[in-house]
Design a protein around this ligand. Structure first.
Ligand SMILES: NC(=O)C1=CN([C@@H]2O[C@H](COP(=O)(O)OP(=O)(O)OC[C@H]3O[C@@H](n4cnc5c(N)ncnc54)[C@H](O)[C@@H]3O)[C@@H](O)[C@H]2O)C=CC1
Ligand SMILES: O=C(O)[C@H]1O[C@H](OP(=O)(O)OP(=O)(O)OC[C@H]2O[C@@H](n3ccc(=O)[nH]c3=O)[C@H](O)[C@@H]2O)[C@H](O)[C@@H](O)[C@@H]1O
Length: 443
């Protein structure tokens, strides 16, 4: 099948590459000339594990191409995906300007029937708006379908190639048949393609992200209570996660959720509720809990240093909003680093993939280490912000030679408490007792 993907970011590039891998002829379109130039030179502008192999194969075999020219990109395409940004507008609702601009541009360019598929996360009613905008310029028949994307960064290729489910919102039988055929190679193991109307599909995406955010904020509240009540949140997680009605995943307490989606999507769903005059109480709490959780460590760090961080050097491990990505959008690490700097601390950071992106934002306000150990050199403490596997089993002997104090503030519960007791560290984590070399006491 001939496909076009408009917007070649995290979702668009993965979508285009994976559909090329299943034998389709794909052209990805983006307005960012530098990005398209890189892609045409074989350079992938994001870090996404496993994407390079598929990208190299499909570009080499001519199934995957890139252009800045919309007319050229959509020529002959049976399916046109929109994978465009939907950032929060000033009032928190999803800003549809990118989607509607492309919809306006698409109308006059359509030469034969095409299915326009919205993969971006958009509020209820957007498919209707897209249809109206395209129809103003279009002279031929077309369908607009909502097909929300559920991939996670860091495992995007796997999520795309083996989706738990594919949600397709359309009332058109013609569009259903086209998309059934396109997705068939990805659901051979029986994972369902679930058809519904456009509005329900749009809402399904927000419900999924918001529900996952609820799980995280719920566990963060349990963690905060554990600290007061002398319980261990990781034991609670194991204890409840084994109940199949609850499930093991997305129960990890930490310094809050970040990324380009949960924060904006929870906010956008709350805004939709407001527009329909519905008081969605849980969402407000989820956002409130997350905001507080993100700044939870700073007072603990300050308190440890008797309220004064001036002149202290803090090493930070992990900058990306989660492991296996270079994405720093809404990353809790950034907010915490800024807060540490404001307190007069010096900050040295290390992240396996996200350093360049952070350098673009924070420049020389902080120091960038070449290795995780180099970041510790002469530091007063280590703060862990992202649970990259690399940080899980460090050489504590080596760390002891570099750090001024055996002191860790862990925002992602990377270590077991017994392990910290053995190596003699003072160890603060989330929802668990504080470990000190001499005695253990509740946080
Ligand atoms: N990042 C993720 O993990 C996921 C994102 N989503 C949703 O997918 C959508 C896209 O997200 P990302 O891929 O992360 O965004 P992104 O910001 O990485 O990529 C969007 C791309 O669209 C391009 N663009 C903007 N205007 C354009 C135009 N007029 N013509 C052609 N290209 C244009 C930008 O240059 C950029 O390369 C959002 O609605 C997001 O909520 C959904 C699931 C997962
Ligand atoms: O709409 C989207 O863009 C995507 O948003 C999330 O994917 P992503 O943002 O890539 O990353 P997640 O793995 O969901 O993590 C999001 C944040 O939650 C945090 N998190 C996650 C899980 C957990 O148990 N605890 C926790 O604090 C992570 O550290 C991270 O900051 C969803 O998981 C995807 O299904 C969805 O497609």
């Amino acid at each position: 099948m001939k496909l076009a993907v408009i917007g070649t970011g995290y979702v668009g590039l993965v979508t285009g590459t994976c559909f090329a891998e299943t034998g389709n002829q794909v052209v990805c379109v983006d307005i960012d000339e530098r990005k398209v130039e890189k892609l045409n030179n074989g350079i992938i502008p994001i870090y996404e594990p496993g994407l390079d192999v598929l990208f190299n194969r499909n570009t080499a075999e001519g199934r995957l191409k890139f252009t800045t020219n919309l007319a050229e990109g959509i020529e002959g395409a049976e399916v046109i995906f929109l994978a465009l940004p939907t950032p929060p507008g000033e009032d928190g609702s999803a800003d549809l300007k990118y989607i509607l601009k492309v919809s306006d541009d698409l109308g006059p360019l359509l030469k034969q029937y095409a299915v326009i598929v919205d993969k971006s996360t958009v509020p209820v009613g957007t498919a209707e708006k897209v249809w109206l905008h395209i129809s103003r310029g279009a002279k031929i028949d077309f369908d607009v379908v909502s097909n929300p994307e559920f991939l996670r960064e860091g495992v995007a290729v796997d999520d795309f190639m083996k989706p738990d489910r594919v949600v397709i919102g359309t009332k058109s039988d013609k569009a259903k048949a086209v998309l059934n055929k396109l997705y068939a190679p990805l659901v051979r193991q029986g994972n369902p393609v679930i058809f519904m109307d456009e509005r329900s599909a749009e809402m399904t995406k927000y419900a999924a992200n918001a529900f996952l955010a609820v799980k995280i904020s719920f566990m963060n509240e349990i963690a905060n209570l554990c600290e007061k009540a002398g319980a261990n949140v990781d034991d609670i997680r194991r204890g409840i996660g084994t109940d199949s009605r609850i499930g093991k995943r997305f129960l990890f307490a930490g310094i809050g959720y970040g990324g380009s989606c949960f924060p904006k999507d929870v906010q956008a769903l709350a805004k939709t509720a407001q527009e329909y005059d519905y008081d969605f109480k849980i969402l407000k709490s989820v956002m409130d809990v997350n905001t507080k959780q993100k700044s939870k460590l700073l007072p603990i760090i300050k308190n440890h240093f008797d309220g004064d961080l001036k002149g202290k050097t803090i090493a930070v491990w992990g900058l990306a909003f989660k492991p296996y990505t270079d994405d720093i959008r809404e990353a809790p690490a950034l907010e915490n680093i800024r807060a540490l700097l404001k307190e007069g601390a010096k900050v040295t950071v290390y992240d396996p993939e996200a350093m360049d992106n952070v350098r673009n934002v924070l420049g020389n306000q902080i120091n960038y280490a070449h290795t995780s150990y180099a970041a510790l050199d002469d530091a007063d403490a280590l703060v862990i912000m992202t649970e990259w596997p690399l940080f899980r089993t460090p050489d504590f002997g080596k760390m002891n030679l570099l750090l001024k104090n055996k002191l860790i503030f862990d925002g992602r519960n990377v270590y077991e408490l017994d392990q910290m007791k053995e190596v003699g560290y003072t160890y603060y984590s989330i929802g668990r007792e504080t470990v000190t070399p001499e005695v253990t006491q509740n946080a």
